[in-house]
Ligand binder design. Structure first.
Ligand code: TYD
Length: 137
């Protein structure tokens, strides 16, 4: 996928009637990279909480809200877009070089992230001016 780009992901739920729903994300079919790491974010009880505020140099991620809702702000250095993730069936693919901010979490919000590589703090760009420079390279 292209650097500085994002794209909505729609997963099709398997509806098991009164026994609940199941959603599956498969490499190459739903997720445009090979998943190397999974993490989740929870206990978002602080209404003032703000997460993200960074971009990655190489890492690609797919972000889902498996419970509750939150707002995701996306920025490619030129254009910004805000989206609300409020369904476990809807996610966002974020390529490298996407500045992202998450806020307005419902208290029951649980965020699931699939990542294309292991954790590496060196891959983070946490300074917005540095991000703008990275976008123009
Ligand atoms: P960060 O990626 O900044 O979280 P968010 O984007 O949700 O605000 O990570 C928060 C902290 O957790 C930071 O100190 C790095 C650490 N961390 C790991 O140690 N391993 C990981 O896989 C992740 C995602 C974060």
């Amino acid at each position: 996928m292209k650097k500085n780009s994002w794209q909505q992901i729609n997963l099709k739920p398997i509806k098991d009637g009164i026994d609940g729903y199941l959603c599956v994300a498969e490499n190459a079919i739903d997720i445009p990279f090979s998943v190397q790491r999974v993490y989740y974010i929870y206990n978002l009880n602080n209404p003032e909480a703000v997460r993200g505020k960074h971009a990655h140099k190489e890492l690609e991620q797919a972000i889902f809200c498996v419970n509750g809702s939150f707002e995701l702000w996306l920025d490619d250095g030129l254009m910004q877009e805000q989206t609300t993730l409020d369904s476990p069936e809807k996610g966002v693919y974020m390529g490298a070089g996407v500045w992202h901010v998450m806020n307005n979490f419902s208290s029951d919000c649980v965020i699931l992230v699939l990542a294309s590589d292991f954790f590496d703090e060196q891959d983070y760009i946490r300074d917005y001016a540095e991000f703008k420079e990275f976008c123009h390279k």
